[in-house]
Design a protein around this ligand. Structure first.
Ligand SMILES: Cc1cc2nc3c(=O)[nH]c(=O)nc-3n(C[C@H](O)[C@H](O)[C@H](O)COP(=O)(O)OP(=O)(O)OC[C@H]3O[C@@H](n4cnc5c(N)ncnc54)[C@H](O)[C@@H]3O)c2cc1C
Length: 370
């Protein structure tokens, strides 16, 4: 007899695998993940790997609280994934810095951190402002152009590739059917099920469908009459040669991977589906990194890539459940939010109702605009 899944997830990136892992703890469920070909846009393998609290949730209490809950549980989630999968996520959580280059930037940052901090549940989650002297104490080799920074002790980083590997490994171990090279081209909804068809004509059926296909969510959802206002936002990342441990706290601009290579960011461009390297952006990234850490001028850049963020129109996550059977997740920060996707969001999807903060991120907010 043809198999009908309880949940079928289109998209096996960080978000889809977090959800599948969470759902797979319910042993009675039949779950499948289908994933497209390697040449598909995939933010999960092109990202910078920060688990980042500070700056998330400005003017948005729900987003700030969600980020806080995710970050305070990250180490517990890491332990669970590493024990279950045997994969070292290379997770480090000893705080992160955001650098300011003049007094005005510093004052604005302080106001922003203060506003976001008001939404947190725990006092210890708040970011603090550090003057130049205190920043230098935390950051050996800091350039003199940096006048100060904001610091959050809960910020961290990991290897996104290892996170994806660990989640998928656990999914497969917990009997999730993982089907690569299944690029969905058609979705048909009937009264009791969804039928999805791959490029080559293969068909699968499911009672509930979860869309976590990154930027493809837009076209896929349109087939069932749902408009998801997302667009690509391009970001460049540069990688240097391996160097000795520089004892650096991570920032959006520089972080050191476990193998010794430095990763340099940050850029954001609204240029559509374009992942070509823009040498002007690369130059800007290097120049800024050298202002933060002048020593970088002696370190060779080995390679660079550009990748596309999945950016909802208002910059916040989209979590929605439609007709109790169609679940949509389109979000930036899939690394940071992995613990709450795997735990809270999968639970909310399982029960077919949007709970807690997720309710504030439905597609309804875009309808209200008209
Ligand atoms: C430059 C950059 C830096 C970033 N840095 C950070 C960071 O430091 N911290 C952080 O938390 N987040 C960061 N992000 C964001 C993070 O990478 C994303 O939020 C996350 O990867 C989104 O995961 P996803 O699974 O939704 O999408 P994707 O990774 O795009 O995965 C979608 C999956 O769906 C599959 N798919 C697509 N179409 C189909 C189809 N038709 N049929 C079947 N499968 C399909 C694809 O093959 C893919 O595997 C960054 C992103 C970028 C681009």
């Amino acid at each position: 007899m043809e198999k009908i899944y309880d949940f079928l997830i289109i998209g096996g990136g960080l978000v889809g695998s977090s959800l599948a892992y969470g759902l797979s703890k319910e042993k009675f469920l039949k779950i499948a993940i289908v994933d497209a070909y390697d040449d598909t846009y995939r933010a999960s393998i092109g990202n910078y790997g920060l688990t980042w609290l500070q700056s998330k949730g400005y003017n948005d209490p729900s987003y700030a609280r969600m980020a806080e809950r995710s970050i305070v549980t990250w180490d517990d989630f890491r332990q669970e994934l590493e024990e279950g999968s045997g994969v070292d996520l290379e997770f480090v959580q000893r705080g992160g810095l955001h650098f300011c280059f003049n007094e005005e930037e510093f004052e604005n940052r302080a106001r922003k951190m203060n506003d976001i901090g008001m939404y947190y549940e725990h006092e210890q989650s708040k970011s603090i402002m550090l003057d130049q002297k205190n920043t230098k104490e935390l950051y050996p080799g800091l350039g003199d152009e940096v006048v100060g920074s904001s610091y959050n002790r809960l910020d961290g980083y990991l290897s996104p590739a290892k996170l994806l590997q660990a989640q998928l490994k656990l999914c497969i171990r917990q009997k999730v059917d993982y089907i690569p090279n299944f690029s969905v081209v058609k979705i048909k909804k009937s009264e009791s099920e969804y039928e999805i068809m791959a490029y080559n004509g293969d068909i699968m059926r499911t009672k509930q469908l979860i869309l976590t296909a990154g930027l493809s969510n837009k076209n896929l959802a349109e087939q069932v009459g749902v408009n998801i206002p997302i667009k690509p936002e391009k970001g460049h990342i540069l990688v240097t040669q391996k160097v000795h441990n520089l004892d650096l706290l991570p920032s959006l601009n520089i972080r050191q991977a476990k193998d010794g290579g430095l990763l340099l960011g940050y850029s954001n461009e609204d240029v559509g589906y374009d992942v070509s390297i823009n040498e002007n952006i690369v130059e800007k990234i290097i120049k800024k990194a050298m202002r933060i850490l002048p020593e970088i001028k002696n370190i060779n850049i080995l390679r660079s890539w550009a990748s596309l963020r999945i950016m909802p129109k208002d910059g916040k996550s989209i979590y929605d459940t439609i007709d109790k059977t169609l679940h949509i997740v389109s979000t930036h920060s899939g690394v940071t939010f992995a613990p709450i996707h795997a735990r809270e969001l999968s639970n909310s999807i399982l029960h077919g109702v949007q709970t807690g903060d997720f309710k504030n991120f439905s597609l309804d907010r875009f309808k209200k605009e008209h």
